[in-house]
Write a protein that binds this ligand. Structure first.
Ligand SMILES: C[S@@+](CC[C@H](N)C(=O)[O-])C[C@H]1O[C@@H](n2cnc3c(N)ncnc32)[C@H](O)[C@@H]1O
Length: 330
């Protein structure tokens, strides 16, 4: 399918990302390449600062279409860019492999994760991400993955569905929606499309604005499950920090409370030194914290950016910097 560029909206908080991450020449990783908007902003900033010739940007996405679009957008920078189809959960292995192919040390200066789905994915009906568009119950960011939303909606037991909508969707009516889905399956054989599912949900939600919220929550829960989003995030934060060089930075943009909570807690835990049991009075901690928070509170978009790009409305940006008491690597 031909992709038109404006289906990938402007990158969120791009000025802030550049200001926090691009400080010197080095290897940068955009773990959620999407349409390449953030990558392009970082490459331009590296060029403007005179750092580009000594830098490399590794762009990762699990979606082939995103990689194709980003490849177009980043034309002209090919010599300083490596695009990889993969999951950012494999950031460690990807960095090691690409850096070794380029004869570079696998030490990263900046990592960006701009989580979730792109506007292009949401707006493409055939991908099945949107309750506003008729499409298959798919929701895979990586179209070669095996689990689809249909497998879940039509295969999970009522109890599993209710748990999923409650935990990943924080949906208060999780049980009655799960019950309605299973009743529909028994009557009709299966739930065939995004619109069939949306109609079942509408029939079991409170009216008005709350219907929209319920639809978003249930679709969010399914998307998280299909793509194992929270599990891969935890692991990628862990391995990403491992890849960072001393004073290297990691920036993460989240769009809902479940992922933001994971990032917030993980960064706080990594920043904390271990002083052992209370009252021992150690002079030095048993283990130093390995990161410093660069943003004390999450940064949000300005009203001006939100007016221009509604996707920025729920964005929260958190940034840490790696510190290495006693050495970063070994
Ligand atoms: C919000 S969009 C990124 C938009 C991008 N920053 C830009 O400027 O165009 C998120 C992208 O990350 C990808 N993605 C999400 N989770 C991923 C994962 N675990 N591994 C690799 N790519 C992922 C999605 O396929 C999507 O293209």
């Amino acid at each position: 399918m031909a992709i038109t560029r404006d289906l990938f909206h402007d990158p969120v908080l791009a000025t802030e990302i550049v200001a926090f991450l691009v400080k010197k020449p080095g290897t940068y990783v955009d773990g959620t390449l999407g349409g390449g908007g953030h990558s392009l902003a970082m490459l331009r900033a590296l060029f403007d600062a005179g750092f580009l010739d000594a830098s490399l940007l590794i762009g990762i996405d699990q979606d082939e279409e995103a990689l194709r679009e980003a490849g177009e957008k980043l034309k002209g920078y090919e010599a300083r860019v490596a695009l990889v189809k993969g999951n950012f959960v494999d950031i460690g292995g990807i960095v090691t492999r690409v850096c070794s192919e380029k004869g570079l040390e696998p030490k990263v200066t900046g990592i960006l994760l701009d989580l979730g789905v792109s506007s292009f994915q949401i707006d493409t009906a055939e991908r099945g991400f949107s309750y506003m568009r008729e499409g298959p119950l798919d929701m895979r960011m990586d179209s070669s993955a095996s689990l689809t939303a249909s497998d879940i909606v039509n295969g999970y037991e009522e109890r599993e569905l209710a748990k999923l909508f409650y935990i990943y969707g924080e949906e208060p009516r999780s049980r009655s929606i799960a019950r309605a889905i299973v009743a529909y399956r028994q009557k009709q054989g299966s739930v065939g499309s995004t619109q069939e599912l949306a109609d079942i949900i509408r029939g079991n939600a409170h009216g008005g604005e709350r219907v929209i919220k319920t639809l978003s929550r249930v679709f969010q829960a399914l998307r998280i499950e299909v793509n194992a989003e929270l599990d891969v995030l935890r692991q990628a934060l862990y391995d990403g920090i491992d890849c960072l060089d001393e004073h290297g930075r990691m920036a993460v943009i989240t769009y809902h409370s479940l992922e933001d909570r994971i990032v917030k807690r993980f960064f706080a835990e990594k920043a904390r030194s271990d002083w052992g049991p209370k009252g021992v009075g150690l002079r030095e901690p048993l283990a130093w914290g390995t990161v410093l928070p660069v943003t004390r509170k999450p940064l949000v978009a300005t009203q001006q950016e939100i007016a221009a790009n509604s996707r920025a409305r729920s964005a929260k940006l958190r940034v840490i910097e790696k510190i290495c008491q006693g050495g970063c690597h070994g």
